[in-house]
Design a protein. Structure first.
Length: 145
């Protein structure tokens, strides 16, 4: 035994074990935060798709029977926003372009379960859908062909 080394045996092992423990805790927190962000992104994506689908279904029936294939803009925006904002914490902005396209911009703020670097994260999703119109002439008699 060298002089001055009494009681210091194994110090490196203890320091390595503590450092490794902190690294594993940090990685676990990082994985947990990433999982929450991905889950919330999927939720926001589903809300945007639901909003687009609801908005694209708002066909202007009066104009369709006149041969004009377009959406009722006010109803499309309202239905899109209402459908997309069903989930808590979601805010949606819906727009109609070209009379047949609906775009939903969905934003959701996510609180991190383990706030290491940031306490919250904002997820933004934008989806666009187009109304589908079938047939060229209205059905005048029953049953419709």
């Amino acid at each position: 035994m060298r002089a001055g080394t009494v009681g210091q045996s194994g110090q490196t092992l203890v320091m390595f074990a503590l450092t490794l423990a902190f690294a594993f805790v940090g990685l676990t927190a990082l994985v947990g935060d990433a999982a929450v962000v991905l889950y919330q992104y999927n939720q926001a994506n589903s809300a945007a798709l639901l909003g687009v689908q609801a908005g694209a279904a708002a066909v202007d029936k009066d104009l369709v029977y006149q041969g004009i294939q377009t959406l009722n803009t006010a109803n499309a925006v309202s239905d899109c926003k209402k459908a997309a904002e069903q989930l808590s914490g979601v805010s949606a902005d819906c727009q109609v372009s070209n009379g047949t396209r609906v775009t939903a911009d969905v934003t959701k703020t996510v609180s991190m379960p383990v706030p290491m670097w940031v306490g919250s994260f904002t997820v933004h999703v934008s989806r666009t859908g187009q109304a589908v119109f079938g047939g060229r002439t209205p059905c005048t008699g029953q049953p419709c062909p």
